[in-house]
Design a protein around this ligand. Structure first.
Ligand code: ADP
Length: 401
């Protein structure tokens, strides 16, 4: 199958899309419709020649924006649509054809991901209305982590909460962790190894991958657990909620907003959720920015060190996401905090491997110490690949033997 797959990532006020051709490395048309539902709604992106474009969408909602995206596909006809769906619960362990039963099951997980799944469903409906004859596939952020053993996914809570209500750790960023771990397995001579992946974007998570399967990860029931993120707190004392409610009279909604939207790098620095901005401010000795970067790196290093317990052998660490791919200072600080694992950073390779470059940044010439890699993530490519794979399996006649 050589034709493109349209990958859709629908948020509450945005649609990210990419038309992914079958041949790897072929030019990709992609874009982002954002601020949907407001007067400032806008579509920006790059065409298949790599030229940027930007145009107003005049208050468009999801359905109108989707129609506009379709217009901009330069006459190319996708063979399928792959949707990123954030939460698949325990039901979805891999990509799934979006039939009525799958849609009902996604609706049933809305309570688990109230910020994400309703938007994903919205995107799904808008795309199905526009492409009624195209196969639609859901690829779940949680599916890659369904291989976690109980010791990693269970909280120390009464069992009935797990059995009756699905309260457990699920993990997210699955398409990114799956792509990066497969890529580093291919590039390194240490095939089928034990890798730690640090996905550091606006959302941040770590993952331990052993022989291609996720064995532990930093996010949990929701994408709030774990690392310090752009505006999310990551781990806090679970007693914090009760304390804020009792002492300050805060409602659950208020606490939710605090932890998801006002915390992380933004909360610590009092300045910004953007790591680039924080480096600029830290260079001017802004105390909040300096502290935010320090806490971010320390918590990340602690998470990676903790996840080594999940691996029989540590072959290396791979950095990805906007910060992981570009921020050589964060990488250097984290590696310094993990020096007792024998990691040795090549300062020049570290400084040079930015701006979408892929490569090794360690000094392990003898091949023994754990390796360090920078791997630009490709979540859209992975979603397209899983979509194609599913359709191929469906079209392959079943051999009863
Ligand atoms: P998302 O999770 O929304 O896809 P990205 O993966 O694009 O986000 O990551 C966004 C983060 O990456 C921001 O904190 C941004 O400051 C950071 N970032 C991007 N480029 C750089 C850079 N050159 N140096 C440091 N941080 C960077």
């Amino acid at each position: 199958m050589n034709d493109p797959v349209l990958v859709i990532n629908c948020g509450s006020s945005s649609i990210k899309y990419a038309l992914v051709p079958a041949s790897p490395g072929a030019p990709r048309l992609s874009g982002l419709a954002e601020r949907l539902g407001s007067e400032d709604a806008r579509l920006t992106g790059v065409d298949s020649q790599g030229r940027s474009f930007s145009r107003p969408l005049h208050g468009a909602g999801h359905a109108d924006a989707m129609a506009e995206i379709l217009e901009g596909l330069e006459g190319q006809h996708p063979v399928a649509v792959g949707h990123r769906v954030v939460h698949g619960g325990e039901r979805f362990t891999r990509a799934t054809r979006l039939d009525a039963a799958a849609k009902r099951a996604i609706e049933a997980t809305v309570a688990m991901a109230p910020l994400h799944n309703p938007a994903n469903l919205e995107g799904l409906k808008a795309t199905q209305a526009l492409f009624p004859d195209l196969p639609q596939v859901a690829v779940f952020d949680t599916a890659f982590h369904q291989t976690l053993p109980p010791r990693a996914y269970r909280y120390a809570l009464p069992e009935s909460l797990y059995r009756r209500h699905g309260i457990r750790r699920y993990g997210f960023h699955g398409s990114s962790h799956a792509y990066v771990s497969a890529r580093v397995d291919t590039l390194s001579e240490r095939r089928h190894g034990g890798w730690l992946i640090a996905h550091l974007g606006n959302g941040c998570s770590t993952c331990a991958v052993w022989q291609g399967t996720s064995v532990d990860t930093s996010m949990g029931l929701t994408p709030l657990e774990g690392l310090v993120m752009g505006t999310r707190s990551g781990d806090v004392d679970p007693g914090l909620h009760a304390h804020l409610a009792r002492q300050l009279g805060w409602s659950l909604e208020r606490i939710d907003t605090l932890l998801n939207k006002e915390s992380g790098l933004l909360g610590l620095s009092g300045l910004s959720n953007d790591m680039r901005r924080l480096h600029q401010a830290a260079a001017q000795h802004h105390a909040g920015a300096e502290l935010a970067i320090e806490v971010f790196c320390y918590r990340l290093a602690k998470s990676l060190a903790g996840l080594t317990c999940a691996l029989p052998r540590l072959d290396g660490i791979a950095f990805t996401g906007g910060i992981g791919e570009n921020d050589s200072e964060v990488r250097a600080r984290v590696v310094e905090l993990l020096r007792h694992f024998g990691l040795r950073l090549d300062a020049r390779a570290n400084a040079d491997t930015v701006g979408g470059r892929e490569g090794r940044i360690d000094l392990a010439e003898d091949g023994r110490p754990p390796q360090l890699w920078v791997i630009p993530t490709d979540e859209e490519g992975r979603i397209a690949e899983e979509t194609r794979q599913l359709l191929q399996e469906e079209s392959t006649p079943h051999d009863p033997n």
